[in-house]
Design a protein around this ligand. Structure first.
Ligand code: NAP
Ligand code: HSE
Length: 428
């Protein structure tokens, strides 16, 4: 009998969907895979809330260790989120020789090498297809199918909440607050949505994608990230007039000095494949010398698509358990250089509120020029006290752009640097 007992750590948005699928689709999964996936234990904090699941209440516990240590649990699914106790429980399971399936990108980006080493030592898989891109198969393609490609660049929309918010603001005129509340109600946001809107969730995913693409571990501490909190409708309007759309991008690329990994809202030409990605959809665009360009797109957040990705991992791990052989490590990292963001070349869009006095534009241009930043285009709106300047620069080191900004802030007739958005466009 090909039975594998499954223990779940967490039964929230993702865990709840997975439990329902394991119960309701048990026969269909068995028919398709020959596996009898048996839910053995479930850990939650609020036992009352968990009683709504159509499972034997004796299976539910408030003690995650009781799930991991249960001798009938041969495979552990971690969907609690957060660093602890999730980290301790994942290690405990791996050290006990139990495969782990997790959706926890925050934990992997923080402690990946330690967790992968524990899995390798125990000879069991640690699978995380759901950790990036929700329901999009991206981890396996990147770490297995594309293992032989010399990947040059990975650029992705990897946070559903922020893409949903930006789409609702740009297309429907929604306010930032209303769009965020809607994303939360649809189950896209993290327990603390600050991780979504502040770019931290995308940074964790960028660290994972970069590590898989380039084979050099890029921990979360090496990923520059900026969120979407400061993006205004005025920036969206100007982006559109300039031929761009604004997206929160996760970028990992091989540069001369090493690998750069970064996350920020950026203006992207409307013709770029990622510019058309709307709502909670995620997409990952991969460039390499042989594959040229690959685009993976699909539902990036929400219980059901994420549960599908996890179910695939569960089936994979269950097959490994039943095969009985020690699992060869699927992921290896070697030392490599990471490039500090300050030395990466970026292009900036800068919106300035200025007094419309003779010579102001020359002073602003002078400040950019003094820091070796060349200007691509300038637009002015309004006259008199309300003048607004929109400037797009050519590529220059991020550090130079920042120094130019500081100099501009010191110009008397510049009332404020209202916003800065980086521009990701091959046309400058
Ligand atoms: P969630 O709705 O907040 O669910 C978390 C679950 O874990 C709840 O059942 C909670 O129990 C339980 N839990 C938390 N701490 C616990 C503890 N100390 N002991 C026992 N149970 C504990 O979160 P989620 O949205 O399902 O996300 C889970 C994971 O999946 C996170 O790592 C997240 O980043 C990742 N993820 C989420 C999505 C998505 O779209 N939501 C997509 C991809 C990946 P109570 O409810 O009783 O508190
Ligand atoms: N909060 C995440 C998002 C969930 O919005 O993309 C999927 O990882």
């Amino acid at each position: 009998m090909k039975t594998v007992g499954i223990g779940m750590l967490g039964a929230g948005i993702v865990g709840g969907s997975l439990i329902r699928r394991l119960v309701e689709e048990h026969a269909a999964i068995e028919a398709k895979t020959g596996l009898d996936l048996e839910l053995r234990r479930v850990a939650v904090r609020d036992l009352e809330k968990a009683r709504s699941f159509e499972i034997d209440s004796a299976l539910i516990t408030a003690d995650p260790a009781a799930v991991v240590d249960d001798p009938d649990v041969r495979l552990v699914v971690e969907v609690m989120g957060g660093l602890e106790p999730a980290g301790e429980m994942v290690l405990r399971a791996l050290r006990a020789g139990k495969p782990v399936v997790t959706a926890n990108k925050a934990l992997l980006a923080e402690r990946g090498p330690e967790l992968f080493a524990a899995a390798e030592e125990a000879g069991v898989p640690l699978l995380f297809e759901a950790a990036v891109g929700g329901g999009i198969p991206i981890i396996r393609p990147l770490s297995e199918t594309l293992a032989g490609e010399q990947i040059e660049r990975v650029i992705g929309i990897v946070n559903g909440t922020t893409n949903f918010i930006l789409s609702r603001m740009a297309e429907d005129g929604a306010t930032y607050a209303d769009a965020l509340a809607e994303a939360q109600s649809l189950g896209y946001a993290e327990a603390d949505p600050a991780a979504d809107v502040g770019g931290g969730d995308a940074a964790a995913k960028a660290a994972i994608l970069a590590s898989l693409a380039f084979g050099t571990w890029a921990g979360i501490e090496n990923v520059f990230h900026e969120g979407i909190e400061k993006i205004s409708k005025a920036d969206m309007k100007w982006a559109s007039e300039l031929g761009y759309t604004i997206k929160l991008l996760a970028i990992a690329e091989r540069l001369d000095g090493g690998v750069s990994v970064r996350v920020y809202p950026a203006m992207l030409p409307k013709a770029h494949p990622l510019a058309t990605i709307r709502g909670a959809t995620n997409a990952v665009f991969i460039e390499g010398p042989s594959i040229e360009e690959l685009l993976f797109a699909g539902p990036g957040a929400g219980g059901e698509p994420t549960a599908t990705a996890m179910l695939g991992d569960v089936i994979d791990a269950a097959r490994e358990i039943l095969a009985g052989a020690e699992v060869a490590p699927r992921i290896r990292f070697s030392p490599g250089e990471l490039v500090a963001f300050e030395s990466v070349d970026t292009k900036w869009y800068v919106r300035l509120e200025v007094d419309d006095q003779p010579g102001v534009l020359a002073q602003v241009a002078g400040a950019f020029g003094a820091h070796d930043v060349s200007i691509k285009s300038v637009l002015q709106e309004g006259r008199g006290e309300d003048a607004t300047l929109m400037i797009v620069t050519h590529l220059a080191p991020e550090a130079s752009q920042r120094e130019a900004r500081r100099a501009i802030e010191g110009i008397e007739n510049v009332r404020s640097v209202a916003s800065v958005v980086r521009v990701e466009s091959p046309d400058v």
